[in-house]
Design a protein around this ligand. Structure first.
Ligand SMILES: O=C(O)CCC(=O)C(=O)O
Length: 311
């Protein structure tokens, strides 16, 4: 008889579901090498890429249809009609500026609030090119206070990410009292927390859900690339590009087709929200000690992941 895992507390189960939906198959074994394409398949792909190029050029005729817009006080109706439904990213300035966490979440405050409770984070990332794909191999555990000391010292080696949310739900629960709600766009399901030092780097990928990033502490520099650019991004493994960093000259030498892609740069500051629609490529670098939440629990359907050909 097979052993069933013990039931998860409701919050952890909800987070696990949100995480599973974001990037289905995350941490799975490397897919089998692709078989050679038939000439019919190659032609069908070329035609699809042609269509995406033409549609992108047409959108570029209007700053409302292309580009990255910045908004303030964006109502739920306007968010739905202008951004969520059309699948367009938007930076919403200052939307959560009144959350108590904005004034409180320094490294010292966090360390004192959670103390030595054991938490899970992604570790041993330095020198490992596969830390996003092989997520399970990089799971580490430490008292929260020690993790904060690591994050405070900066670098990319240690990062508490959304992938650790299900494991950390109970330990980090006291922090929820510092958060508000975004009732115009989201249900009250908890967000997934990211905590890291200056220099954490999440390589270029897309998610299988629409995502809302909510920046609490510090700043992050985010590069967004529309789905129309996919053919230039060596998309071979799951939701990842072989071009991990489109700003890195050495990588652009290896992948010259990624040099002139259409891309937008965002500086996400405390109090800001960034909506990243499903399929939009993004890479993220922290410019300082940073805390951020990601949410997928929109008031509207977010089920694009269903039927993703994961390979
Ligand atoms: O903030 C980060 O480092 C990565 C966030 C991200 O890529 C995501 O939420 O999909």
């Amino acid at each position: 008889m097979s052993k069933r895992p013990p039931p998860l507390p409701a919050q952890a189960a909800d987070m696990r579901m949100q995480m599973a939906l974001r990037q289905i198959g995350f941490g799975a074994a490397a897919p089998a090498p692709p078989r050679p394409q038939t000439s019919d398949e190659a032609l069908a792909l070329k035609r699809r890429d042609w269509l995406l190029d033409v549609m992108e050029r047409q959108r570029e005729l209007s700053p409302y249809a292309s580009g990255l817009l910045t908004a303030e006080n964006l109502s739920g109706e306007d968010f739905l009609h202008s951004f969520y439904a059309p699948g367009r990213p938007v930076l919403i300035k200052g939307m959560i500026a009144d959350w108590p966490a904005l004034a409180r979440w320094t490294p010292d405050y966090l360390a004192n609030a959670i103390g030595d409770a054991m938490i899970e984070y992604q570790g041993g990332r330095n020198g490992a090119g596969d830390y996003e794909l092989a997520k399970d191999r990089h799971k580490h555990r430490a008292p929260f206070r020690d993790f904060i000391a690591l994050a405070r010292s900066g670098g990319n080696d240690a990062y508490l990410t959304a992938y650790n949310s299900a494991a950390n739900g109970p330990a980090l629960k006291p922090l929820e009292a510092d958060l508000g709600a975004i009732d115009a766009y989201l249900t009250r399901a908890p967000g997934m927390l990211w905590i890291g030092g200056e220099g954490t780097f999440t390589p270029l990928h897309f998610d299988l859900t629409n995502n809302l990033l909510a920046q609490v502490t510090g700043t992050k520099r985010i590069i967004l690339v529309p789905p129309s650019q996919t053919k230039r991004l060596a998309h071979r493994t799951h939701v990842f590009s072989d071009v991990r960093d489109v700003t890195d000259a050495a990588q652009l030498k290896t992948y010259p087709q990624a040099r002139d892609i259409l891309r937008y740069e965002v500086l996400l500051a405390p109090g800001d929200l960034l909506y990243i629609p499903l399929g939009w490529w993004h890479q993220v670098r922290s410019e300082s000690f940073s805390t951020m939440l990601t949410y997928t629990s929109f008031l509207w359907s977010n089920a694009g992941h269903e039927g993703y050909p994961a390979g």
